[in-house]
Design a protein around this ligand. Structure first.
Ligand code: HAM
Length: 484
């Protein structure tokens, strides 16, 4: 009872403060709920609304094993060598360029994304996993990483640190999209954000880093770049665009008819046939940029030239979030194959202020790790083999097994890449595993070896076996591995 009261009070307080945001948040929640397959009865719905208790499905009649939610997948052990490689590459690169890691919660207040990504964007309007938690707060699984990192920058007073503040992150993002090749409801991003400096060299640095990440994992990419201007010059362009499209409204798709009133810039990246045809004649934003924005863009391009980053000036690139100012860019595979961008980013000089902080220019990018891995597979790029053991430890019998444990640890401590299987008793089965893992040597310990204080070292390629004194095992194996 006490809990219920507290929740009601909290909701009232929130509604008094931010009425319009709450109204829109309700809309987001209502949409998300409607898509659920397990529909609660009306009475259940009502009581859930009153108490903020989650509506649990009736599982008594459920059959079969639950599956991952649609559009989400398990990252299986056999996939992990790709994941380990892309994550490690990202981490090494970010640290080499002076970025510090930040991890923010996966769950954030829905208002954060409404105030940053924008209420009228597809991500906030249609794609967020939003719900009311047990305390009555409207929360969302993060659909992207920039807004949470910007929030953290303000919350932790990072403005008082030496600027620019450079941070990177890696982790899952959630968007309720129609799943298809390269598009998931849970995907993972590697992102970087730089706060506190508006120098165009930083726009070039982040675009270059995104390109470099792909280069390091063996994928050639091209940066598509544009400028969206600033709040001073963008309204003029917006008006020009509306004037161009209004007489052609009948030829637009339904989404674009809606966008024309709310978010006309998004008309430029609509893939529908009719809209794409009209786009070629549409006015281009570069012609409407004010002098400062034009100069900023020119400098970014010059730096990209200096850094030898391949780019295309793409006047139709607008990106899907409201927070961008000036530079926006996306990375596409050089061969143009595959669905969707490999990454995207840009400058967002007003976001920190919009979220209640002091005026702080910023820029960054987010790269889709699933798409990176899909590209690697499509182009048959293999991650380096880091898991193949040098030595497999095999044992026969109880006393040998005990000794094998000790040997395993001694070899591991000596820095040897090691594997073993202590549950199999037959040597044949253990040698098969060693072969499958690609071990260079198998160390065999049987009852006789325990008595003689020796080990048997088998070269897995030649099949030759050699008896080695147990005390010399570590050094002998190190020598063999170094030679091979
Ligand atoms: P974004 O373009 O929405 O930008 O996402 C970044 C990248 O994440 C995309 O280019 C794509 O590679 C990947 N991605 C996005 N949605 C999906 C999905 N449903 N399935 C698979 N991969 C996906 C942002 O999120 C911005 N926060 C980037 C940024 C950082 N801008 C400035 N700083």
């Amino acid at each position: 009872m006490a809990q219920k009261k507290k929740a009601t009070k909290k909701t009232t307080k929130a509604s008094a403060k931010k009425a319009p945001a709450k109204k829109a948040a309700k809309k987001v929640v209502a949409k998300t709920k409607a898509t659920k397959s397990t529909k609660p009865k009306a009475a259940e719905k009502k009581s859930a609304k009153e108490t903020n208790e989650p509506v649990l499905p009736n599982v008594s009649r459920s059959r079969g094993t639950p599956q991952t939610p649609r559009g989400m997948k398990d990252l299986l052990p056999q996939e992990q060598r790709y994941w380990q490689f892309v994550r490690q590459t990202a981490e090494n690169l970010a640290q080499a360029y002076g970025f510090d890691r930040i991890d923010t919660p996966i769950l954030e207040s829905t208002a954060l994304f409404m105030r940053s990504v924008g209420v009228q964007t597809d991500v906030v309007e249609k794609e967020m996993f939003s719900f009311i938690d047990r305390g009555g707060d409207n929360v969302s699984l993060r659909p992207e990483g920039t807004a949470p990192v910007a929030r953290a920058y303000i919350n932790h007073g990072m403005l008082n640190q030496p600027q620019p503040v450079k941070m990177y992150y890696m982790g899952p993002m959630f968007r309720y999209e129609r799943p298809q090749q390269g598009r998931f409801r849970q995907h993972h991003q590697f992102g970087v954000e730089i706060f506190g400096d508006d120098n165009p060299v930083l726009d070039a640095e982040v675009a270059m880093l995104a390109h470099l990440f792909y280069k390091e994992i063996g994928i050639s990419s091209v940066v598509h770049i544009n400028s969206l201007g600033c709040p001073d010059c963008r309204p003029t362009y917006r008006e020009e665009l509306v004037n161009y499209y209004r007489p052609k409204r009948a030829h637009l798709c339904d989404d674009c008819k809606r966008r024309l009133a709310k978010n006309p810039l998004r008309l430029l990246d609509c893939k529908a046939e009719g809209c794409a045809a009209l786009r070629d004649e549409a006015p281009q934003i570069v012609d409407s940029l004010d002098d400062a924005c034009k100069e900023h863009l020119m400098q970014v391009l010059e730096y990209l030239d200096d850094l030898m980053v391949p780019y295309v000036l793409n006047p139709h690139l607008v990106r899907g979030f409201d927070y961008y100012t000036r530079t926006v860019f996306e990375l596409l595979p050089e061969d143009g194959e595959g669905k969707g961008a490999l990454g995207g980013g840009g400058r967002y000089d007003n976001l920190i202020e919009q979220l209640g902080g002091r005026e702080t220019p910023a820029c960054g990018f987010g790269l889709g790790l699933e798409r990176a891995i899909l590209q690697m597979k499509a182009q048959e790029v293999e991650p380096p083999d880091t898991n193949t053991p040098d030595v497999f430890v095999a044992q026969l019998g109880d006393s040998a097994r005990r000794k094998a444990f000790t040997l395993f640890e001694e070899l591991r401590n000596a820095g040897i890449k090691i594997a073993g299987n202590f549950t199999k008793n037959a040597l044949k089965a253990q040698l098969e595993i060693a072969n499958r893992l690609g071990a260079k040597y198998t160390v065999i310990l049987g009852q006789q070896e325990v008595i003689d204080e020796t080990i048997l070292v088998r070269d897995m390629e030649s099949g030759m076996q050699e008896i080695v004194d147990y005390k010399k095992a570590v050094n002998e194996l190190i020598k063999k591995i170094q030679k091979s």
